[in-house]
Design a protein around this ligand. Structure first.
Ligand code: NAP
Length: 248
């Protein structure tokens, strides 16, 4: 029997990078997966990959920042999948820039996607999770939400907010058997970080005690742990997966 046999997982930002790695890891562990991303083609591609591996998968395109659209999407997911056991809020964006030059639009886009997006999905699925008295919520933040970063005030605020949000959700839903935890990745090689120069990457690497950049699979392994049987007594925690970059 696999770790997530018979479970249904919803993964946002599943179209690429870390979300794709989580969706594939969960399906390999026996889950059927609702893949959500902004772009239909991306979520569909990952859903097709999962189906080719013999599991069930569904693709949805929605802007996680749009509360009304998320509400409609969640209804569709519930009707297609019948139930949900694991919700992974992973969709996220960056709009980097020094504070003095940061536009309101760049602030709003990052906060609305990274923080409000998670709120929208958690709100949309809270009722069914409470009803079934079981469930796992996993929110993907960042080490930047713990330590901050010059040029990423919007991103750091969104991820720090996500950590506070998750701890509150954990407290509200604990008595109903639902856990909520955060994964805080360090530097992971995806499209999001491909814009960094080799020089910037070398600089980051010097700060990573384990001496390598992270891969989507490193985060997917942590997500599988938090979704699985072994994490039933863990809630409101931040699991840093960063090669040792940030140690508290
Ligand atoms: P990525 O490769 O850029 O992929 C981002 C995913 O999020 C895509 O599937 C994208 O959809 C989706 N997305 C973005 N905005 C969306 C919106 N408004 N509505 C719905 N979906 C949206 O990023 P990644 O590196 O995998 O990052 C995933 C998560 O990990 C993010 O929350 C990021 O902040 C966090 N993280 C990443 C790193 C890193 O080093 N890469 C480090 C720390 C934390 P489309 O495919 O349709 O565009």
């Amino acid at each position: 029997m696999s770790e997530l046999d018979g479970q249904i997982a919803v993964v946002t930002g599943a179209g690429r990078g870390i979300g794709r790695a989580i969706a594939l890891k969960f399906s390999a562990a026996g889950a059927d997966v609702a893949c959500v991303s902004r772009t239909e083609a991306n979520s569909q591609k990952v859903a097709d990959e999962i189906k080719a591996l013999g599991r069930n998968a569904w693709a949805y395109a929605v802007d996680v920042a749009d509360a009304e659209a998320v509400g409609a999407c969640a209804k569709q997911i519930s009707s297609d999948c019948g139930k949900i056991d694991v919700l992974v809020n992973n969709a996220g964006v960056t709009r980097d820039g020094l504070l003095m030059r940061m536009s309101d639009e760049d602030w709003d886009t990052v906060l609305n996607t990274n923080l409000k997006g998670a709120f929208n999905f958690v709100k949309a699925f809270t009722r069914p999770l409470i009803k079934q008295k079981a469930g796992r919520i996993i929110n993907v933040a960042s080490v930047i939400g713990l330590i901050g970063n010059a040029g990423q005030a919007n991103y750091a605020a969104s991820k720090a907010g996500l950590i506070g949000f998750t701890k509150s959700v954990a407290r509200e839903l604990a008595s109903r058997g639902v856990t909520a935890n955060v994964i805080a990745p360090g530097f992971i090689e995806t499209d999001m970080t491909s814009v960094l120069s080799d020089e910037q990457k070398e600089g980051i690497l010097k700060e990573v005690p384990l001496g390598r950049l992270g891969q989507g699979d490193d985060i997917a392994n942590a997500a599988l742990f938090l979704a699985g049987n072994g994490a039933g007594y863990i809630t409101g925690q931040v699991l840093t997966v960063d090669g040792g970059m940030v140690m508290s």
